[in-house]
Design a protein around this ligand. Structure first.
Ligand SMILES: [Zn+2]
Length: 137
């Protein structure tokens, strides 16, 4: 199965041959590309992570920066899986990317764990700590 390099949709139609290469058009985002540009299917692991981060309140651009997939892909997954974010105006997430030893140092300091909930999620070979802080009034 082939996928659009821009949005990972598999709804492709052939649209002529350019320089002896088959050209495709994506029916989802209208992107035109030749066969050597066909995107590899993005690992489901990153789809799950991206949707988790989206639910935690991160923006598309932040998710793009952290996971390294285009924000267009993330927007498409949100639509595809019909994800609805809970509106939250009291807290906003802050996050850090830490390796194993930085993570243990982080947790050894009480001021880092007090007063706010947090989750730790694996991200490649590192860890991401997402922590909520109450907006100042
Ligand atoms: Zn597309």
């Amino acid at each position: 199965m082939n996928y659009c390099p821009q949005c990972q949709s598999s709804q492709l139609v052939k649209s002529g041959i350019i320089n002896k290469r088959q050209r495709y058009k994506c029916k989802n985002c209208n992107y035109n590309f030749t066969v050597n540009k066909i995107g590899k299917k993005i690992d489901q692991y990153y789809v799950t992570k991206a949707l988790q981060l989206y639910l935690e309140g991160l923006t598309y651009r932040e998710i793009e920066r952290i996971i390294g997939v285009s924000h267009v892909s993330v927007m498409n997954w949100v639509r595809k899986y019909n994800i609805h974010k809970v509106q939250n105006t009291d807290y906003h997430p802050t996050y850090k990317i830490l390796n194993q030893s930085e993570l243990s140092i982080y947790f050894s300091k009480p001021e880092n764990t007090k007063g706010a909930g947090m989750i730790v999620t694996e991200l490649g070979d590192k860890y991401m700590v997402i922590k909520w802080e109450r907006f100042k009034e």
